[in-house]
Design a protein around this ligand. Structure first.
Ligand SMILES: NC(=O)c1ccc[n+]([C@@H]2O[C@H](COP(=O)([O-])OP(=O)(O)OC[C@H]3O[C@@H](n4cnc5c(N)ncnc54)[C@H](OP(=O)(O)O)[C@@H]3O)[C@@H](O)[C@H]2O)c1
Length: 227
């Protein structure tokens, strides 16, 4: 499609994130239009024959497996924010990325993208104790959150000596709080990211989708797309 408003299929369309994305594109069609709202009951034939420019997936690990299996035969660009994945999901995403552009990210917020860059400055605090903490609403299934795992991986890549495992709390309706602590003998430093609502993630997903869908096949990160 030549225009700048891609036709999007939303996998997990009836979920919290799916509904946020649909609300945004219904309010402003310049960000995209809905080609198909996919849920568990959508027949595979309807998905493989849909007229869409890309698929946005915020579903479940099972939902991601299903859409990847369909896209393996009918490739389309895929942006997935589904968390709680394992190595089998990564294999499916990587296989699809040989045929179409694919982005998987545990967090579509631009603030978290900036936080990941800022964490690299912690390397100079080599003797401190490091610690990732997250709080989410009670309905969140996976723990630690995908974002906490990503932040932990960033810290691990810095080869810090004293890095403990992430700590998770499930309470109330919190859309997402992440903290990264660096604690020394006489001072501490704390990076905090607070999502006020899910609109932030939906908005970020649409921004990233616009950058992704005309790229050549490949496995992209948020950093690749934002530069
Ligand atoms: N990357 C990010 O920035 C970000 C931000 C927020 C959330 N997330 C992640 O995104 C995912 C969805 O979050 P959510 O809060 O929207 O969850 P949710 O409200 O539980 O919605 C998930 C939706 O996926 C549907 N689904 C499950 N299996 C499916 C399948 N096989 N095919 C199609 N649809 C299927 C569910 O349908 P039913 O209702 O019929 O079961 C449900 O509507 C989670 O993994 C969450 O951690 C990521």
């Amino acid at each position: 499609m030549a225009g700048s408003s891609p036709r999007m299929a939303i996998n997990g369309a009836r979920g919290r994130m799916g509904r946020e994305i649909l609300a945004l594109i219904e309010a402003d069609s310049r960000q995209g239009t809905c080609a198909l709202a996919i849920d568990q009951s959508t027949p595979p034939g309807e998905i493989s024959s849909m007229a869409a420019d890309l698929v946005i997936d915020f579903s479940s690990p099972q939902g991601l497996t299903r859409i990847c299996q369909i896209l393996a035969k009918h490739p389309l660009p895929l942006l997935s924010g589904t968390t709680g994945l394992d190595a089998s999901h990564e294999r499916l995403l990587r296989a699809l990325s040989r045929k179409a552009p694919v982005l998987w990210t545990s967090n579509t917020s631009l603030g978290i993208a900036a936080l990941k860059k800022a964490l690299r400055s912690l390397k100079m605090l080599g003797e401190f104790d490091f610690h990732v903490e997250e709080i989410h609403h009670k309905k969140k299934v996976d723990a630690p959150s995908g974002t906490a795992r990503t932040l932990q991986q960033e810290l691990t890549s810095l080869k810090l000596k004293n890095l403990s495992s992430p700590v998770s709390l499930r309470a109330g309706g919190v859309p997402g709080l992440h903290r990264v602590w660096a604690i020394g003998e006489n001072e501490w430093l704390c990076f905090e990211h607070m999502a006020f609502n899910r609109k932030l993630f939906a908005q970020g997903a649409l921004q990233l989708a616009l950058l992704l869908y005309r790229r050549p096949p490949g496995f992209y990160s948020v950093e690749d797309l934002l530069g």
